[in-house]
Design a protein around this ligand. Structure first.
Ligand code: ADP
Ligand code: ADP
Length: 232
């Protein structure tokens, strides 16, 4: 359902070319939790941003459900992106909007009715366990609660795929565990495919079915978590 074929990405800064990705190929099945692990600078963030074309690959192709996103026009791409939600280390919440509006405002932009929006907000705030915080502002929430709002916002578009860019990296160990448990529940109960990047092995071990290890823009190992992290 997610297929990245021979993806390379070069950034040109002051006429110098920085190669962030070199011929990376990944295939993720529907319903799977797939993790990419590597040190800072390995290319993980560039790779995950290629999945929804937040970054344009220099070469290579991105397929979602067999559709090459790079050939779509603006409207078709916007529709295809509805299938893909994303959460970030820094939450990316609107600080001047309530929890309710952080979820409702992006839904309004998709043209849904007020009634449907209200149902969605309630449903997904319930799933992340924050039904009682709809009128709070982000500054009144803990880091874990902010990430729960971001997860509810992503889920409210009812995507098939959730991309997670270091979603627990700013959280303490107990809060991290509660967010990882929530992601597992989302995968099991809602059937979402999850693609995550992390620099923490514990996150991979807790969640992932399969894993890729990245170094210097390349995948150096790929397989099940047991295959990749059990010493021969
Ligand atoms: P990771 O997420 O594993 O830390 P990144 O994908 O952020 O790795 O970065 C991979 C490489 O690409 C690094 O050398 C980084 O400096 C470079 N890079 C990432 N984004 C940009 C950008 N917008 N412009 C120039 N270089 C970039
Ligand atoms: P609009 O602002 O488009 O008229 P509504 O009349 O649905 O939207 O809601 C007005 C405001 O009340 C919303 O922007 C939101 O901040 C808040 N609100 C609506 N429903 C709820 C709810 N169930 N829980 C918390 N706040 C809500």
């Amino acid at each position: 359902m997610i297929e990245l074929k021979n993806i390379s990405k070069d950034y040109t800064v002051d006429k110098k070319v920085i190669t962030a990705l070199k011929d990376v190929s990944v295939q993720v099945n529907a319903g799977e939790i797939y993790g990419v692990i590597g040190y800072s600078g390995a290319g993980k963030s560039t790779l995950i941003r290629c999945i929804n074309l937040l970054e344009t690959p220099t070469t290579g192709q991105v397929f979602i459900d067999g559709v090459n996103l790079q050939v779509l026009d603006k409207i078709a791409l916007r529709q295809a992106r509805q299938k893909i939600g994303m959460i970030f280390q820094g939450y990316n919440l609107l600080t001047t909007a309530t929890v309710y509006d952080n979820i409702a405002i992006p839904l309004k932009l998709t043209g849904l009715s007020k009634e449907v929006i209200a149902e969605r907000v309630e449903k997904y705030l319930g799933i992340v366990g924050l039904s009682d915080r709809a009128t709070a502002y982000p500054a009144q929430l803990s880091g874990g609660q902010k990430q729960r709002v971001a997860i509810a916002r992503a889920l409210s578009h009812e995507p098939e795929i959730l991309l997670s860019d270091e979603a627990t990296s700013a959280l303490d160990p107990n809060t991290t565990e509660s967010i990882l448990a929530l992601l597992l529940e989302i995968n099991e109960k809602l059937g979402l495919t999850i693609f995550l990047i992390t620099h923490e092995l514990s996150v991979i071990q807790r969640l992932c079915d399969r894993v890729a290890v990245m170094e210097n823009g390349e995948i150096v190992e790929q397989g099940t978590v047991v295959e990749v992290f059990t010493q021969p």
